[in-house]
Design a protein around this ligand. Structure first.
Ligand code: PMP
Length: 396
């Protein structure tokens, strides 16, 4: 394809996305991603961040980042296995293992590359992965990269999972079989049925893998969905991100010592991509201490989540199956969803539309992310905007 042909290909495809309302615009923030934000000079109530506990702007984390930068500089300087491992990396990994009640942990540069790294370091073309159909994109990419057979099961359907696991095992085609699920599903806010998944896995000898990006800092006193169900000893891979409740950036795997040693020896981003910088590591350590010592933070998050969800339901909106503070408001049609989000913006509320391909076609939604930092008054203001726009668009 020539450069000119490439140009036409890109223009045609971009125009098609835009005409279908599937192209996300990007609005840079002027200032921090807090519960109030400023975009193009406009102050808005922020209902779109993953900053669950408000730690992204916490002065104690900022202090940690500044102090670590003064001591260690701004960059780790190399990949982990050359000489990019600072003592801070090891301190953070020990802290994560202690928090998750596992023997060890390994940190990566993001939650996304953590899934790519961990799945492909353990699974290969002789294996099969049973994956919930609503698993996060980074899990899907990790599965593809591994070259294992990918067997999707219906969302949280334990009969389907068990039947497909039995069929995979009986086929005799695979050496290892893994079951992978999000702990909390990021677009719907429902919780994986981990106790049942563990029973199926133990019955059929499956490796278990839980991506708890949205459960960590939220469930199980902050330690996550696995702890919430008391399953810390029975899940092989516990994945987390440092970018949501922890408020910084990065990802990690917590598990048995051997697993972590294997990932350190074999996972590509650990071996070939520069390590997390000091200004990320130190505030993560501070954040974990804060989460453990301040249960009121998580209580506030849940209180705000319940308040917003109840308010939306009372207005007549569909909030789906959420069991956590993630509060979808399902509109359906993609263009209508984009229009709703645009109107919210005009009314001073930043709540982003989530449409296909992030969620299935026809299930477009406004994904509301209340945090511990929101005041009840700000949530009331958001609910008033929902009420006005819902009536204006004949949705309630
Ligand atoms: N897993 C899940 C379930 C997620 O929601 C996300 C974040 N969008 C990730 C992984 C990726 O995490 P990060 O943003 O830290 O790369």
């Amino acid at each position: 394809m020539s450069s000119l042909e490439l140009e036409h290909f890109l223009t045609d495809n971009l125009n098609e996305l835009k005409s279908k309302g599937l192209y996300n615009t990007i609005d840079p923030l002027q200032g921090a991603n807090d519960f109030m934000i400023t975009i193009a000079g406009k102050r808005l109530i922020n209902l779109s961040s993953n900053n669950y506990l408000g730690l992204a702007t916490d002065p104690r984390l900022i202090h940690s980042a500044v102090e670590a930068t003064k001591i260690y500089g701004v960059g780790a300087g190399a990949v982990r296995t050359i000489n990019g491992t600072l003592e801070l990396h090891e301190q953070l990994e020990e802290k994560l293992a202690e928090f998750k009640k596992t023997e060890a942990a390994i940190a990566y540069q993001s939650g996304f590359n953590c899934n790519m790294a961990a799945i492909s370091a353990v699974m290969d073309k002789n294996d099969a992965i049973l994956s919930d159909e609503l698993n996060h994109a980074s899990i899907i990419e990790g599965c593809r990269l591994s070259k294992a057979a990918i067997i999707r099961y219906n969302h949280s359907d334990m009969t389907d999972l068990r039947n497909k696991a039995i069929a995979a095992k009986q086929s005799g085609l695979y050496k290892k079989i893994m079951v992978i699920t999000d702990g909390v599903f990021s677009m719907d806010g429902d919780i994986a049925k981990l106790p049942e998944i563990v029973l199926i896995a133990e019955e059929l000898d499956l490796i278990t893998y839980v991506d708890d990006a949205h459960g960590s800092g939220v469930l199980g006193k902050g330690a996550g969905t696995v702890k919430h169900f008391g399953l810390s000893e029975r899940i092989d891979f516990q994945i987390g991100t440092l970018s949501k409740a922890i408020g910084v950036v990065g990802g990690y795997v917590a598990g048995k010592r051997n697993l972590i040693d294997w990932l350190k020896a074999r996972s590509k981003p650990f071996l070939f991509s520069t390590a997390l910088p000091p200004a990320a590591l130190s505030p993560c350590i501070t954040a974990i201490d804060i989460i453990r010592n301040t249960p009121e933070l998580i209580d506030r998050l849940w209180k705000n989540g319940r308040y917003l969800k109840k308010g939306l339901q009372e207005l007549g909106f569909n909030t789906g199956n959420s069991e956590t503070p993630i509060t979808p408001c399902i509109i359906g049609d993609e263009r209508q969803t984009q229009l709703f989000s645009k109107r919210l913006y005009e009314e001073g509320v930043y709540a982003k539309a989530v449409v296909f391909p992030t969620v299935p076609r026809g299930t477009g939604r406004i994904r509301n992310m209340p945090t511990a930092g929101h005041s009840e008054a700000s949530l009331d203001q958001a609910l008033n905007a929902y009420s006005r726009i819902g009536e204006e668009l004949n949705l309630i």
